[in-house]
Design a protein around this ligand. Structure first.
Ligand SMILES: *[C@@H]1O[C@H](CO)[C@@H](O)[C@H](O)[C@H]1NC(C)=O
Length: 394
């Protein structure tokens, strides 16, 4: 996400499930999912643990105090608070968290001369463990790739004008990251509920970088796939316990991610759907609802991994959409949330961007990007699985 954001304030926002069972865990861990995978009848309903609270700290430490953890004295307090939030996420009827991480969380993969914050792994282990304990399904998202996969974006951890990811050396570092993460998922009990690994978030698109995008589809995706599977083979992971491997969906614009894959067992695809930035949508209340109700992003193997209830920049503070001085528009925002969530449940499900932010406009909480505060404001229902029953779509 974040492709249209320019201000530091907004840096803050910076296949069907297979119901195979793992061997039962000991009775001392009753809160865990009894299955590694969500049951086939469930949709993904989740939130991103977006880069604005911990990951962004590792990326941009001096911005820490303007981010979601600005109210806490130190990052550990923030991480602990987030750990407690896992239970709240579950209580909202959500079943999934997507965790964006940078490759540098494995410090062995950072080259001399590259500056990335250190020490993040301890936090990640903690948060993942808390999510697992709460029974949430976890998608681990390689959000910042080696060499930088998209130019001029804070989310990559290093905003540069040339995307350097698309080389053999940087691919190799990414494969090593994926092998390392795969091993962690299968051997570290905190990672018990990690069922999906996304191999790279928001790479370059064919329109601007045709050769890089094509190279990624032809080389990076199939090799990432085979390296993850080979590591699972080494670990004697049984077929039903393998991770899902996720790539950006065709709709992202880098090409068809499956075109060079020889196998798509447990493949999943990530679609980021921000109606805010879809210039074909009429930016009126009616226009947004109409677009949301008719949205159909594809089949069960597609998960809408990022979306929000924000509206176009040039109208978002107009009376029609204002959330600051009045709650007159709350009913509309509830509808907008429900219409989108319902549409995305035509696919594999959805993951809101993001769980938490203390992003404020003149002291007023901006909940259009923030599930926790949107739920507190009554915009997102207390049961996030109720979208279809409250949606305004006919
Ligand atoms: C979160 O995980 C940490 C580390 O395992 C643990 O000490 C803590 O009790 C957990 N918190 C919750 C709320 O589960």
């Amino acid at each position: 996400m974040l492709s249209k954001f320019t201000t530091t304030a907004l840096i803050a926002l910076s296949g069907a499930w297979v119901a195979e069972s793992r061997p039962a865990e000991s009775s001392t861990t009753p809160a865990r999912n009894s299955r590694r995978w969500l049951p086939g009848s469930d949709k993904i309903r989740g939130v991103n643990l977006g880069s604005h609270f911990i990951i962004e700290k590792w990326m941009a430490g001096d911005e820490w105090n303007t981010m979601g953890c600005g109210d806490t004295n130190d990052e550990w307090s923030c991480v602990q608070a987030l750990g407690q939030d896992a239970a709240d996420i579950k209580n909202l009827g959500l079943n999934t968290v997507r965790i964006p991480v940078g490759f540098w969380i494995n410090e062995d993969l950072v080259n001399d001369g590259e500056y990335y914050p250190k020490g993040g792994l301890e936090y990640l282990d903690y948060i993942v463990g808390n999510c697992t304990e709460a029974g949430l399904y976890v998608i681990m998202d390689l959000h910042g790739g080696p060499g930088v996969q998209t130019p001029n974006q804070q989310f990559t951890g290093h905003s540069v004008s040339t995307p350097g990811f698309y080389t053999a050396d940087n691919y190799e570092r990414a494969y090593k990251f994926l092998e390392w993460m795969t091993e962690r998922v299968h051997t570290n009990s905190a990672y018990y509920n990690v069922g999906m690994i996304e191999v790279i978030n928001e790479p370059v698109q064919s329109g601007s970088y045709p050769s890089e995008a094509a190279d990624m589809i032809a080389n990076y995706y199939p090799t990432a796939w085979s390296r993850i599977r080979a590591r699972e083979d080494q670990l004697s992971v049984t077929d039903s316990n393998r991770v899902h491997i996720q790539m950006m969906a065709t709709a992202w614009g880098s090409g068809d991610p499956s075109s060079s894959l020889t196998d798509q067992t447990f493949a999943a695809y990530d679609d980021h759907r921000y109606l805010k930035w879809d210039t074909s949508v009429t930016a009126t209340q009616e226009g947004y609802i109409s677009a949301a109700c008719s949205d159909n992003r594809g089949g069960d193997d597609i998960i809408i991994g990022e979306w929000s209830i924000s509206v176009a920049d040039d109208v978002q503070y107009n009376a029609e959409f204002d959330i600051k001085d009045t709650d007159a528009n709350n009913a509309w925002y509830k509808d907008f949330w429900a219409a989108q969530a319902q549409a995305f449940e035509r696919s594999g499900g959805w993951i809101f961007w993001s769980w938490k932010c203390n992003y404020e406009i003149s002291g007023f909480n901006e909940w259009r990007w923030c599930c926790q505060s949107a739920a507190a404001a009554g915009i997102i229902p207390q049961d996030a699985s109720s979208a279809a029953s409250i949606s305004p779509c006919s």
